[in-house]
Design a protein around this ligand. Structure first.
Ligand SMILES: Cc1cc2nc3c(=O)[nH]c(=O)nc-3n(C[C@H](O)[C@H](O)[C@H](O)COP(=O)(O)OP(=O)(O)OC[C@H]3O[C@@H](n4cnc5c(N)ncnc54)[C@H](O)[C@@H]3O)c2cc1C
Length: 370
């Protein structure tokens, strides 16, 4: 029987890798989470909308549909217990023109199939009674949607892993792994003090690096590594007073939920993200797109003062589809997918990955037979 340094090694200390580490630690395993950057949460988890999604849109039977709803319920409980900031402000999905109303009907039906609590149809007058500056023909209300402090969440997960005797090791890139005779893995970690660790279970949650990391695991079938694409989303911030207290979402665009409004925990209004496919990790926000952003926002907020809209940040989605392909599901690939016992590899953990993270952790544990 091999001696293991840790029972489980997780690659990547974003929200999902930390949630996987927490799930394994809760089951009594000793866990090491390896992070290549000098701090946790510097990847996709630090460049998103921080929205806790209700789980309205995702197709029946998909991992996204199930894990978003389960993850959201677990997340609110976790944030409350760990005193991490959140605002269960609710969300309005709005029809900005009469022809969008049938899309709201379809979203309402899908949300009910997905077991999303408290969904209701609002007339224009009912929506305006809640949000007087809103322009819409009709709306859906999702009372369980909200916003959160994603960094506070990741720190709380790190705290739980460490309290369980595990380690979150920064500035330590995963460089490869070889399966051991008799089970488990030998993991090569780089950084200032390169080391080799033996572990029984290996989980890879490296976000945008998922394809590269899987390629460094000896025996991982190359044909089972899905092609990756970068889906960039840009945000603008409003300098003035936030106009709405709830999240405001027009119907989704192809491949994403589309540019929406949120009031962040600091009380400021943020609009975004759009979706463009890019070849490189470039986080710049081109100020010249302000006019296009403003035109889109005016569909639901005619009172927007365009000169108060300033370029803010951008994030990049780890997508498994290109611009003209249908949007895919999360991939949580265990032994049945790649044939390697004790390994779970995550791919395409785009939105709603933050909301789903605790449920993804539990699903990973289940796929390891734990
Ligand atoms: C624009 C945008 C908006 C979004 N909005 C929302 C939202 O409102 N709500 C929601 O639920 N979801 C949202 N998401 C999705 C959500 O942000 C992601 O699903 C989630 O953050 C993914 O977390 P992760 O841990 O998988 O990835 P990451 O946070 O990227 O973490 C991966 C980590 O792995 C590390 N790593 C990579 N390679 C190695 C290596 N070789 N060795 C060690 N470490 C390595 C990276 O440095 C990184 O820290 C959004 C995403 C984007 C891009």
């Amino acid at each position: 029987m091999a001696e293991f340094d840790f029972e489980a090694v997780v690659v990547g200390a974003g929200a999902v890798g930390l949630a996987c580490g927490y799930a394994l630690s809760k089951r009594g395993l000793s866990v090491a989470v390896l992070e290549k950057e000098a701090a946790i949460g510097q990847g996709v988890s630090s460049r998103n909308s921080e929205v806790i999604h209700g789980g309205l849109y995702y197709p029946t039977g998909s991992l996204k549909a199930r894990l978003c709803v389960q993850g959201r319920r677990a997340l609110y409980a976790f944030l409350e217990t760990h005193h991490v900031g959140f605002d269960r402000c609710g969300k309005l999905v709005v029809a900005t023109a009469p022809e969008e109303a049938p899309r709201l009907e379809a979203i309402l039906e899908q949300a009910r199939t997905n077991d999303v609590e408290g969904m209701a149809w609002l007339t224009k007058a009912e929506a305006n009674a809640l949000e007087p500056e809103l322009k819409c023909e009709a709306a859906l209300i999702s009372p369980q949607s909200g916003v959160m402090d994603s960094h506070g969440y990741m720190l709380a997960l790190q705290g739980e892993i460490e309290a369980g005797g595990g380690a979150v090791v920064v500035a330590t890139p995963f460089e490869g792994a070889e399966p051991l005779d008799g089970g488990g893995f030998s993991v090569r970690a780089g950084g200032e003090e390169p080391a080799t660790l033996a572990c029984r279970y290996l989980v890879t949650a490296p976000g945008l690096d998922a394809q590269h990391v899987a390629g460094e695991i000896a025996g991982f079938p190359k044909a089972d590594i899905p092609a990756g694409h970068y889906g960039k989303g840009r945000y603008f911030r409003l300098a003035g007073k936030a106009p709405f207290s709830r999240l405001i979402y027009p119907p989704p665009i192809h491949g994403a939920l589309g540019t929406h409004y949120r009031r962040d925990l600091g009380g400021q209004a943020v609009f975004g993200p759009d979706l463009i496919f890019v070849d490189a990790l470039d986080y710049s926000v081109d100020p010249s797109i302000r006019g296009a952003f403003a035109a889109y926002i005016r569909k639901f907020w005619p009172g927007l003062p365009e000169d108060q809209l300033t370029p803010d940040y951008a994030g990049i989605r780890p997508k498994l589809h290109g611009p003209d392909e249908p949007q895919g599901d999360f991939r949580i690939d265990g032994e049945a997918a790649h044939g390697i016992a004790g390994l779970v590899a995550l791919f395409g953990i785009e939105s709603p990955g933050l909301t789903s993270s605790l449920a993804i952790g539990d699903e990973v544990a289940k796929r390891l037979g734990l």
